[in-house]
Ligand binder design. Structure first.
Ligand code: KG4
Ligand code: ZN
Length: 338
């Protein structure tokens, strides 16, 4: 049995978890700071770092207590190395280094998006080749994995990430931060939808673009305002969501077909979106390709996913050294060769 301590502090959650054999959650502790950032309408990096400093030791201790394990029983420490806010990343990394050094454990730096992808391994076995739709506050990407630890990015956003667009549109509608879940709820309950454009880009492209859609929503609101008319927030939310979902689902479907994958998985905060989940489920049921999306707490930032990806790196022989630094713009690179 292999127990890995995972640590995640890349944004606004301070998280520690222990995962057995890369697949079984033994403990999973997340201290959210959302309430501290809400009044600013977004994450304030300095505030995030201060919270991480206050919480990190407590969160690691709690993960060990809930697991009923001592540090001696652990086999490695995995920590988010990037991308993310550098001051936030560094706190998790320093804690991981100190813990690994004190208990003489291997240290493994993990890419945050690899973590989101491997959140799936905690609930269903990953079968290769697979297609992963990564859709979060910082990323919107289609990634083909021919095997464990191998990533080929076939498409990505050229401007805003989907979650960023959700949060910006939510701000236009005066909804609280983070706006994604609020738009989701409004869209679900809506009895109508404003028609917004679909951005497909060049034929055959798996890239995305959401900034034009965001501008279309802002223009729509301004136009109505100038005419002295009220907007219907539910109709705007529903129209925006329909545009995002239609494009994301269709590009994912086409990619799954072209690459002949055995499995499609979704990952990241926006994968928590009810409209997106049900559209993906319906599409792949029709296609006859197994589709999985993590349960809600494993879609948003957590440390169990970092431990799960860390396990794949550990068995591939990957190790980080004590020179590891926070890498805000870290690229996702493969740790196995085809
Ligand atoms: O993966 P995540 O927790 O953090 C990043 O790594 O970015 O994703 C956060 C993003 C936020 O933009 C949030 O608004 C969005 O995920 N989100 C949602 C939903 N729940 C969270 N977006 C749409 N619908 C949701 N239900
Ligand atoms: Zn994330």
């Amino acid at each position: 049995m292999t127990y890995i301590l995972g640590i995640e502090t890349s944004c606004d959650e301070t998280a520690a978890a222990i995962v057995k054999d890369g697949t079984t959650i033994v403990s999973n502790v997340v201290a959210s700071q959302i309430d501290s950032h809400k009044r600013f309408g977004g994450v304030v990096p300095e505030v995030a770092s201060r919270h991480h400093v206050e919480q990190i030791t407590l969160v690691i201790e709690q993960a060990l207590t809930e697991a009923g394990l001592t540090p001696k029983q652990l086999d490695a420490v995995a920590v988010t190395e990037g991308p993310g806010l550098v001051g936030a990343l560094l706190i998790g990394i320093q804690a991981a280094k100190a813990f690994a050094f004190a208990h003489q454990l291997p240290l493994i730096g993990v890419h945050h998006i690899a973590g989101h992808i491997y959140a799936n391994a905690l609930e269903n076995p990953m079968e290769f080749p697979l297609l992963s739709l990564v859709i979060s506050g910082g990323h919107t990407e289609l990634i083909v994995m021919q095997q464990d630890g191998h990533f080929e990015k076939i498409g990505e956003t050229r401007d805003d990430a989907a979650g960023e667009a959700y949060d910006k549109v939510a701000r236009v509608l005066s909804l609280p931060y983070p706006g994604g879940p609020h738009i989701d709820r409004l869209a679900e309950q809506s009895d109508g939808a404003v028609e917004f454009p679909r951005v497909w880009l060049e034929e055959g492209s798996y890239d995305f673009s959401f900034s034009g859609l965001k501008s279309a929503v802002i223009n729509y609101q301004h136009n109505l305002q100038q005419k002295g008319q009220e907007i219907n927030p539910s109709h705007v939310a529903a129209g925006f969501q329909q545009s995002v979902v239609e494009v994301v689902v269709e590009k994912t479907r086409r990619a799954a077909e072209e690459y002949g994958v055995k499995q499609v998985i979704a990952a990241g905060g926006v994968a928590a979106n009810k409209g997106l989940r049900s559209a993906l489920e319906a599409t792949f049921e029709k296609q006859g390709i197994p589709f999985y999306v993590p349960s809600l707490p494993l879609c948003t930032d957590n440390a169990a996913m970092i431990a799960a990806a860390g396990y794949s790196k550990l068995i591939a022989g990957e190790r980080s050294d004590y020179a590891m630094n926070g890498r805000p713009g870290m690229p996702l690179t493969s740790w196995t060769r085809l």
